[in-house]
Design a protein around this ligand. Structure first.
Ligand SMILES: O=C(O)c1cc(=O)[nH]c(=O)n1[C@@H]1O[C@H](COP(=O)(O)O)[C@@H](O)[C@H]1O
Length: 276
């Protein structure tokens, strides 16, 4: 099943818009992992197994693995575990790739063949040819940065460029329009929109129709769940993958870390659903 179909089936069957972010930081791990050489894998596996029932997607962030010797091998084993144990939950590799076409071919092979992810996050800054190797894999998802969650998102993404109905529009809206109207011929695109920018989320939803949106920035970054759901949902009450990483992963450092993560995931799933 392709990424978008898998995501839609998961929204429907599990009644959840929650994306569980897997950003393992050994400095924050529960004490029991102190001397565990396989801690990156084991911690994420335990969290994923405890939270899968509440998840519409998992999102491992590659930097948290690649920063460590043997970390990429741990990531590869983790995604293999997710695909085997929770095949109904799509995996988005958060790698924010983007480069000239020949290099992008290698990045596409990395995400989809080596790591076997269902989707990957991409930076659209280098333009259509940099995205082409990913777009061509129509069974896999291309999740493009549109308006990010960080304060510096304003530096470039809100600059007004020529175009739009009023003769000018912010760059993030141009990105949304270009991807919806042009790059999404294979029907495999989605966008990243930060939870910390709910008004911009509303504008993006109006431009892209039913396209799925990945929404990081609730929890640790302070985004408001109600505003996100109100401004970002589609008419059928779906359309969103609302990510939380630290708020779920580090709910407890004690022996109850997996249960605490499950409670945090259930709580956020329920909070999201209250506003759908
Ligand atoms: O692409 C992303 O996932 C992403 C885009 C963005 O604009 N902001 C953002 O925080 N992220 C990622 O989303 C996760 C947010 O983590 P928490 O703030 O701990 O929930 C991290 O993995 C970030 O790298």
């Amino acid at each position: 099943m392709d990424f978008i179909d898998k995501l839609r089936a998961r929204w429907r069957d599990a009644d959840t818009l929650l994306c569980v972010g897997l950003d393992p930081d050994p400095a924050k791990f529960p004490d029991r992992f102190a001397n565990d050489a396989d801690a990156l894998f084991a911690f994420c596996r335990d969290i994923a197994d405890a939270t899968a029932q509440f998840a519409c997607a998992f999102k491992p962030q590659i930097a948290y693995f690649a920063a460590h010797n043997d970390g990429e091998a741990a990531l590869q084993r983790l995604i293999a575990h997710l695909n085997a144990a929770h095949p109904e939950v799509p995996v988005i590799l958060d790698a924010k790739r983007g480069d000239i076409g020949s290099t992008a071919e290698q990045y596409a092979a990395e995400a989809f063949d080596r790591f076997a992810a269902d989707a990957v996050t991409l930076n659209p800054y280098m333009g259509r040819d940099s995205a082409a190797p990913f777009l061509a894999r129509s069974d896999r998802g291309c999740v493009f940065l549109c308006h990010t969650s960080n304060p510096g998102a304003r530096d470039f993404q809100e600059l007004v460029v020529s175009g739009g109905s009023g003769g000018g529009e912010p760059l993030y809206q141009r990105i949304a329009r270009t991807i919806a109207d042009d790059w999404n011929g294979g029907g495999n695109c989605a966008l990243v929109v930060g939870a910390t920018f709910p008004e911009e989320l509303k504008a993006i939803r109006a431009i892209v129709g039913g396209m799925p949106l990945l929404i990081p920035g609730v929890g640790a970054q302070g985004g408001d769940v109600e505003a996100v759901v109100r401004n970002g949902r589609t008419p059928d009450g779906t359309g969103l993958m609302i990510n939380s990483s630290r708020g779920i992963l580090y709910a407890s450092r004690g022996e109850d870390y997996a249960e605490a993560a499950a409670d945090a995931a259930r709580g956020l799933r329920d909070a999201i659903n209250r506003h759908r």
